[in-house]
Design a protein around this ligand. Structure first.
Ligand code: KG4
Ligand code: ZN
Length: 358
């Protein structure tokens, strides 16, 4: 009988250098994440060239640590998986090159994994071996770079239902946080402020984007502009809004604005999930599971609203623990196990690619 699957995952698509060893697509033996937040903080956003250089410095120590912590010899690994799309091209190149070198030298399969799809798998990690995958499933990825809904028939058959037409939700959080003067990364700091004592989420009437009545796409740029106007006033010359200076942004007003932003942002996501679920049921019949992932699934309000949504629609909710919401390599290794089981190994021609497959 074949031994367990022991996959080394590598992730370097944006500003986290990560490696993990996962057994049988479920058990995390190690997961190491070296964040670059300190490097990019002064620019209030990720600087691609700095990110690539930091990945080059960190990739080997991070892989080494992941293998050491897992307590398995390199020779026991059964495959090397890498997030090869989407992402910053220079950042992806570092992880893909390291993964190819390791797979080639160990003479084991290489598996290219779509980072956005891997976010959907994060909630499966650590579950008992008999926990059902539960297809057909509705998927939601809300991260710094992507905001999309999916219909999944299996881990290798998924179709995107809708996506943001402008800012990703995490990006909107980070920009709203910058407007409020909160430090990078803004999302978690805005979440904390929105939940602070006395913060009133109805203080500001911010727009909840619907786009067209039956559109499954999302949009967050209007909400972001509304936060800007509420914080700094409406500038002169806007044909749609009369010029209006903003009152002083006191700590209480700031907390109210953060809470109001969070309310509108989460309502927009839930509204589109409702529509996506209707659409999924019409095309695939009963839907059993809601798979969620990406940095913004760490958000306290969104987690609570997703739990309510899943309960209301009788869906099994898979939402990752906080440390697996943000970028990590365990989700890459986990999904790779499913891809390998479906015969979808890559070869050494695997290319880093800036865009997602769907
Ligand atoms: O998934 P991720 O690590 O990177 C991408 O693949 O983009 O997501 C990072 C994003 C950032 O925009 C960050 O501000 C946001 O997730 N984020 C949050 C929270 N924690 C992380 N946004 C809102 N509330 C949070 N608690
Ligand atoms: Zn991500």
């Amino acid at each position: 009988m074949a031994g367990p699957s022991l996959i080394l995952g590598i992730e370097s698509s944006c500003d986290e250098t990560a490696a993990a060893v996962v057994r049988d697509g479920r058990d995390i033996l190690s997961s190491v994440v070296a964040s670059q937040h300190d490097i990019h903080a002064e620019y209030a956003g990720v600087v691609p060239e700095l990110a690539s250089r930091a990945h080059v410095e960190r990739i080997l120590p991070v892989v080494h640590e992941a293998v050491a912590r897992a307590g398995v010899p390199l020779s026991a690994l059964t495959a090397v998986a890498v997030g090869h799309r989407p992402g910053l091209i220079g950042s992806l190149l570092v992880g893909v090159s390291a993964a190819k070198a390791l797979a080639w030298s160990l003479n084991i399969p290489l598996v290219g994994v779509d980072h956005v799809h891997a976010h959907l798998y994060a909630g499966m990690l650590g579950l008992p071996a008999d926990a059902p995958h539960g297809f057909p499933a509705l998927g939601l990825v809300v991260s710094g770079g992507h905001t999309s809904t999916y219909l999944l028939q299996s881990w290798t058959s998924l179709a995107r239902l809708g996506a943001t037409i402008d800012d990703a939700l995490g990006e909107a959080y980070d920009k709203a946080a910058t407007i409020l003067g909160l430090p990078h990364p803004g999302g978690p700091n805005l979440d904390r402020l929105a939940g602070s004592d006395g913060a009133n989420d109805r203080a500001f009437d911010l727009p909840i984007s619907r786009i067209a009545p039956d559109s499954l796409d999302l949009s967050f740029s209007g909400l972001k502009t509304a936060v800007l106007y509420a914080a700094r006033g409406v500038p002169q010359g806007n044909p749609h809004k009369p010029h209006a200076p903003a009152p002083e942004l006191t700590p209480a007003r700031k907390a109210d604005l953060a809470a109001s932003f969070q309310r509108a942002a989460c309502k927009a996501v839930i509204l589109k999930l409702e529509r996506a679920l209707q659409h999924a049921r019409q095309s695939a019949g009963p839907v059993h599971t809601l798979l969620t992932g990406g940095g913004v699934t760490a958000n306290s309000r969104l987690r609570a609203e997703l739990a309510q949504f899943a309960q209301h629609h009788r869906l099994t909710l898979r939402v990752p623990p906080l440390h697996l919401c943000v970028d990590n390599a365990a989700m890459i290794a986990g999904l790779a196990d499913r891809l390998l089981a479906a015969g979808l190994a890559s070869d050494l021609t695997l290319q880093p690619t800036p865009t997602t497959a769907c």
